[in-house]
Design a protein around this ligand. Structure first.
Ligand code: FES
Length: 420
C-alpha cells in the first residue's frame, strides 16, 4: 500500500502539472540506489526482493547504472520516478488555487485551533476564521498537537551543497546510497548563467550528513565531508556555489502521518512526518484527508493514520531510542552554559549561558552588540542550541526553531523565546 500510494502521488503531481499547465520541468526519470563503502551485494538483493514483494516488480539489480558522469557500481534501478522544480510547481499551484476561488493568507500566524461544531482558528492578532467542515494543519510539524505526535516523529537536520557541472556531463537521474545517514544526488538544468546570456549549465545538488536537530554544531565539518564525497565521485566539480541545510521530521516507523489529530475533535486533521518525501506526502496527505473529510473510503487512511501504534519490534525500539534521547536533553537544564562570559562569543554567533537557575540564549551580532532571550523552548521546556550555519536557535527535543533574536521560525512551539 505504501508503494502504491507513492506511485499514485507521483501520477497525481504529473496530472496536476498537465491540467493546470504548470511549467515546472516535470520529468519522468530513473532512480538508482547504490551501495556505500561497506555495502554488500546481499543488501541490494534484499532491497530488490522487498521492492518486488511490495509490487514494484520493475525494480532491477544492475552491475552498474550505465549513466554518464557517475559510476554507481552495483545498484538497483527504480524506473518511472519523477522530478520537478518545487518552487515553480508551487507558484503554479498557488495560481490555480486562487483562480478556483481559494484564498491564501500569508504572514498570518495562527495561534489557536479549535475543532468541533464551531471549528475555527484564531490568529495572533485575534482575528478568527471559521471552518464549516474541517481544519487541516499541514505545517511540517503540527503546532496544535502538544505531546502525542512529538513522541512519534523526530527532527533531523540535513546538509546540502550545490555545484555547477557542464550541461549533460551527468545523466539526469535520482541517485541515493545505502549509507546511514544516506547521500542523495539530483541534477537541475539552469537555462542561463546567473547574469543571463551565458551558456546554460547543470546544477549538481548533493545532500546528506544528517544529524538530530540541535544535537551537533559542526556544520563546516559536515559540509566539508559532503564536498569531499562529491569530489570523489564527480571529478567535473570545480567549486561549490551553494551550501545550506534543512529540517525533516522522521517518523519512528518510517511512514508519514495524514489523518485525524489524535486526542482532538473529529474534524481536526494533520499531515506530518514527511521524512525526505515532502513532495509525495504533500500530495498523498491531501488525497487521504479530503476523502476523510468527505466521509469517503480511502485505501491508505489506516496505513497513514496519525493515531496508529506500530508494534513491529524495530519500530518499538526506534520509538524508545528516540524518546530516551529526548529525555536526556532535559539534563541540559542542570549543566553549565556553553561559555561563561559574553566575551567568549564571537561576533555573528550565539551561545547558551547559565544565569542563576535558568539559561539564556545570547546572540552577539556582527557589530558586537549582544541580544539575550530565554534559552528555554516554550514548547516543552528543553534548552535550545545555537545553529551556526543557519544562525538560529534550534530545540533538540522536537525541532522548534527561532531566529537569532528569538522569533519563532517553526513549531511545534507556537511563540518565540521569552525575554531573558
Ligand atoms: S520543541 Fe519541544 S521542547 Fe522544544
Amino acid at each position: 500500500m505504501a508503494a502504491d500510494s507513492h506511485r499514485t502521488a507521483i501520477d497525481t503531481i504529473e496530472q496536476i502539472v498537465q491540467d493546470e499547465n504548470i511549467d515546472c520541468d516535470f520529468t519522468r526519470l530513473d532512480g538508482y540506489l547504490f551501495l556505500h563503502a561497506d555495502g554488500t551485494h546481499k543488501e541490494l538483493v534484499e532491497e530488490r526482493d522487498a521492492a518486488h514483494r511490495a509490487g514494484l516488480t520493475d525494480v532491477e539489480l544492475l552491475p552498474h547504472s550505465g549513466t554518464t558522469g557517475f559510476d554507481t557500481g552495483e545498484c538497483l534501478r527504480w524506473p518511472n520516478q519523477g522530478q520537478f522544480h518545487i518552487l515553480k510547481y508551487l507558484a503554479g499551484l498557488t495560481e490555480a488555487i486562487v483562480l478556483q476561488g481559494g484564498r491564501i493568507c500569508t504572514h498570518t500566524h495562527v495561534s489557536e485551533v479549535h475543532g468541533g461544531a464551531s471549528a475555527r482558528v484564531v490568529t495572533e492578532d485575534g482575528a478568527e476564521a471559521k471552518a464549516r467542515r474541517a481544519i487541516v494543519v499541514a505545517t511540517n510539524t503540527p503546532f496544535n498537537d502538544r505531546v502525542v505526535m512529538h513522541t512519534k516523529q523526530h527532527p533531523y537536520r540535513t546538509y546540502v551543497v550545490g555545484a555547477r557541472v557542464p550541461k549533460g556531463s551527468v545523466t539526469k537521474a535520482l541517485y541515493w546510497d545505502m549509507a546511514d545517514p544516506y547521500h542523495y544526488v539530483r541534477l537541475q538544468e539552469v537555462a542561463t548563467g546567473p547574469r543571463g546570456g551565458q551558456t546554460g549549465y547543470d546544477l549538481l545538488i548533493v545532500g546528506g550528513e544528517d544529524h538530530k536537530t540541535g544535537q551537533a554544531d559542526d556544520p563546516a565539518a559536515r559540509l566539508r565531508c559532503l564536498e569531499e564525497w562529491t569530489r570523489d565521485r564527480f571529478p567535473m566539480v570545480k567549486d561549490f556555489e551553494y551550501r545550506w541545510s534543512g529540517q525533516v521530521m522522521e517518523p519512528t516507523d518510517g511512514l508519514g502521518y495524514a489523518g485525524r489529530n489524535p486526542l482532538d475533535a473529529d474534524n481536526v486533521f494533520i499531515i506530518t512526518g514527511d521524512s525526505g518525501h515532502g513532495m509525495t506526502h504533500g500530495t498523498l496527505g491531501p488525497l487521504i484527508v479530503s476523502d476523510l473529510i468527505n466521509e469517503r473510503d480511502n485505501p491508505w487512511a489506516k496505513l497513514y493514520d496519525p493515531g496508529r501504534i506500530t508494534l513491529k519490534r524495530e519500530s518499538a525500539q526506534e520509538y524508545i531510542k528516540e524518546n530516551v534521547n529526548v529525555a536526556m536533553e532535559y539534563t541540559d537544564l542542570l549543566t553549565g552554559g556553553d561559555v561563561s562570559s559574553v566575551d567568549d562569543i564571537p561576533n555573528g554567533s550565539g551561545a547558551v549561558m547559565r544565569r542563576g537557575i535558568t539559561k539564556v540564549a545570547v546572540y552577539k551580532d556582527e557589530q558586537g552588540t549582544t541580544h539575550e532571550c530565554s534559552a528555554i523552548c516554550p514548547h516543552l521546556h528543553c534548552v535550545v542550541h545555537w545553529n551556526g550555519l543557519e544562525k538560529s536557535w534550534d530545540c533538540p527535543c522536537h525541532g522548534s526553531r527561532f531566529t537569532a533574536l528569538g522569533e519563532l521560525l517553526n513549531g511545534p512551539a507556537n511563540t518565540g523565546l521569552a525575554p531573558a
